[in-house]
Design a protein around this ligand. Structure first.
Ligand code: UDP
Ligand code: MG
Length: 149
């Protein structure tokens, strides 16, 4: 089966909770190759570009400030690329449903996520939604020479 790549982010709530290691471990257990990894202090520009397709949503402003760490003591983001057969669907399954209350209890979001009283899904991780979106996002977060072949 053809290999594909996916962008996985540990968002600032995961960093603030001190569980980045556990989260990375859950993704590594998915038997994909880790082909990129770095820590990023997210700028307004990067956050807005990353969520550009959600600009019209009622939660857009909130998720931009969330990704920038403004809701979590300015913590950074860990950005990773995983590569292998069905990397997108595998990583989305490991992450769990968008709403942590609906996520499988064994998934990252089910284990560690919460819904704030303001209704924001603090769901710890971002995983690209499909292969095309993954290509766009990986190019946004990584230089070519930062990713293994
Ligand atoms: N989000 C939210 N409320 C919603 C939908 C989404 O707070 O009703 C947040 C949540 O943090 C989510 C992010 O916006 O991870 C991006 O939404 P998307 O629909 O792309 O979900 P994902 O692909 O992350 O599961
Ligand atoms: Mg998405």
């Amino acid at each position: 089966m053809k290999a594909e790549s996916v962008l996985v982010l540990i968002k600032p709530d995961g960093m603030q909770k001190g569980i980045a290691g556990d989260v990375i471990g859950l993704f590594l257990a998915g038997d994909l190759k880790l082909t990129g990894l770095k820590v990023v202090q997210v700028s307004p520009r990067l956050a807005q570009a990353h969520y550009g397709h959600l600009r019209g949503q009622f939660f857009f402003k909130e998720i931009v400030t969330y990704l920038m760490g403004d809701l979590h003591a300015k913590n950074p983001v860990v950005a990773m690329v995983f590569t292998g057969p069905q990397a997108v669907s595998k990583c989305r399954k490991i992450a769990g449903a968008t709403n942590p209350e609906e996520a499988d209890p064994r998934s990252v979001r089910g284990k560690f996520g919460r819904v704030t009283t303001k209704g924001v899904f603090e769901n710890l991780v971002h995983v690209s939604s499909d292969v095309k979106e993954a290509r766009r996002e990986i190019a946004l977060w990584f230089k070519k020479n930062e990713i293994l072949k």
